[in-house]
Design a protein around this ligand. Structure first.
Ligand SMILES: [Zn+2]
Length: 111
């Protein structure tokens, strides 16, 4: 009764074609010189039904999520600190603007 199929999980992940990149999610690039400083503020809890459209890799100490709610979007930042998570939000923007900001964040042009 002791032959627990430990290896099976990773094997099936390979079988369905998950690459490590997809498994991890994108890593944000280091901020470039002259990057846009995002006006982060405390979480507003403005809308309860927020959909997460994308997120950066959870292996890094700061995780960013692209959130959409009520026709607007924003980026949520979670910093994993020793005393717990600190969550902040970018300004709420129109969908096209927040997608642009998300791309800039990933590329190191905004932080
Ligand atoms: Zn990673």
């Amino acid at each position: 009764m002791s032959d627990v199929p430990v290896a099976r999980t990773s094997q099936s992940a390979l079988e369905i074609g998950i690459t490590m990149e997809e498994f991890h999610g994108p890593h944000v690039k280091p901020p470039r010189e002259g990057h846009l400083a995002i006006d982060w503020s405390g979480p507003t809890a403005r809308c309860k039904s927020v959909r997460v459209r994308g997120h950066t890799c959870e292996c890094l100490p700061t995780v960013y999520e692209l959130c959409a709610a009520g026709g607007l979007g924003h980026i949520r930042r979670t910093e994993k600190l020793a005393k717990g998570d600190r969550v902040s939000e970018s300004p709420w923007l129109r969908e096209a603007e927040v997608k642009h900001l998300w791309r800039n964040l990933l590329e190191g042009d905004a932080r």
